[in-house]
Write a protein that binds this ligand. Structure first.
Ligand code: PRP
Ligand code: URA
Length: 211
């Protein structure tokens, strides 16, 4: 496996992922779990953020400390990436959020982009992070990275929860410079492009729109 593909072995992530996959998990709990796992993966994926030294006055004197000096853009892929963005913003309140609306055409599985907020607000940033719980064929993630690169953004990471090997291969073949951070890589895609065993439809399960 490429050195740019990170699958967390953290016990808390693995424990919460099992709950997330369960068909018995209702939307409220599902959203909580997406939130918690996203924060844990984000923590692992940002070990390399740049810091600058600073001095802080404590009640007892001066202390040396550090601050994160990177300007970070989050690109959640709608709908399912929304819960991840909310969770990460709690840890990174200074992050910019560039919503990207993409859905998969049901017959071709090709990504269709219908909303792109980066075109209206594009500060100079140091790092962009694409957020989507599911990396299935990889089409949506590749489209998101294509868009970021078309705006001149070069340092990009992908954060997901569950991937199919097909999606990991596709994203890392097209964009080998983009690290992929995940909680699991599953067995395969089924004939209609769902990850097996996966968790079903991540958007429907977060927002209660499934059958
Ligand atoms: C799902 C998921 C990803 C995409 C992954 O979105 O949230 O965005 O599929 O599949 P891919 O890797 O094959 O592109 P979906 O198309 O169901 O849109 P929705 O969340 O708006 O329902
Ligand atoms: N999108 C999902 O929500 N689930 C899958 O298994 C594949 C794509």
């Amino acid at each position: 496996m490429s050195e740019h593909i990170y699958v967390s072995k953290h016990p808390l992530i693995q424990h919460k992922l099992a709950l997330l996959r369960s068909r018995m998990t209702e939307p409220k709990k599902f959203r909580e779990l997406v939130r918690e796992i996203s924060q844990l993966i984000f923590y692992e994926a940002t070990l390399d953020l740049a810091l600058a030294p600073l001095t802080i006055e404590t009640p007892l004197g001066n202390s040396s400390g550090h601050e994160v000096v990177e300007d970070i853009g989050l690109m959640p892929i709608l709908r399912a990436g929304l819960g991840m963005a909310d969770a990460i913003l709690d840890l990174l309140p200074i992050g910019h959020v560039w919503h990207l609306g993409i859905y998969r055409d049901h017959s071709t599985l090709e990504p269709i982009t219908y909303y792109n907020k980066i075109s209206e607000y594009n500060p100079n940033i140091d790092l962009a992070i694409v957020l989507d719980p599911m990396l299935a064929t990889g089409g949506s993630a590749i489209a998101a990275v294509d868009i970021l690169k078309s705006y001149g953004i070069r340092r990009i990471k992908f954060l997901g929860l569950i991937a199919a090997p097909e999606g990991v291969n596709a994203l890392s073949n097209v964009h080998p410079d983009v690290p992929i951070h995940l909680a699991a890589i599953d067995s395969h895609l089924n004939e209609v492009g769902y990850i097996v065993p996966g968790l079903g439809d991540a958007g429907d399960r977060q927002f209660g729109t499934g059958g």
